[in-house]
Design a binder for this molecule. Sequence first.
Ligand code: PGA
Length: 248
Amino acid sequence: MKRLYIANWKMNMHYCAARSFCLDNYTRIIELSNDAEIIICPSFPVLQEIVSIFNNTSIKVGAQNCCAYQSGPYTGEVSIQSLQELGVSYCIVGHSERRTLFDETNEQIAKKIELLLSAQIIPIFCIGESKEEYENNKTVEILANQLAICAQLFSQAINQQSIIIAYEPVWSIGTGKIAGHDYLAHIFSWLRSYLAKISPKSNFRLVYGGSVNPENSSELKKIDSLDGFLIGNASTNFQTFEKIVSLL
Ligand code: PGA
């Protein structure tokens, strides 16, 4: 299976910048996708444009969030059905910025995953521990908690879709700080076996996120149980993104 590279542009790439990123580098992005699976997650207003730019190619588009309700009086929210009608194939859920800055709860995240799975949109489910939890050796406990509430839902997705789990230590996001190889290798192998235990029939792809850049990506690629990366800052510059994807 090709390695997965998910570009999470957050609110950093505005409409024009996001559009030119894709149009100016179109040929090279398509070339990169010969050996890599690329998913671009721009902000809501650009989704339709980017879906149409990459129509009939292997580049897929993901949203950064969705509403936990199907439809109704939820001013300012975006429904999963709208995402589906736009041709969006993935959606990030539970990103730590949403958990901490917008008070998103595990229950809301579980609801979103449930609705996404029934709409055939693949969730990119983010989990991760804070700095304090990391320092107190609580990582495994925190991750198990964040996953537990969704275990039931995962089994609904048996054999139909894969679910992407993004392990992103909160203290590593946007900070340039990154855990060592052995620590990450340990967490990912624990994650792989824990998921197999709680949802044996589901199909998971595991990605790492948090300060991924061309300097650390080759080392990260050596981690066995890792299927790819969720890349924030470094994905907003094409040359940097290209290096991460193409470096061995
Ligand atoms: P970063 O962000 O690569 O800028 O650390 C990763 C993320 O938040 O998904």
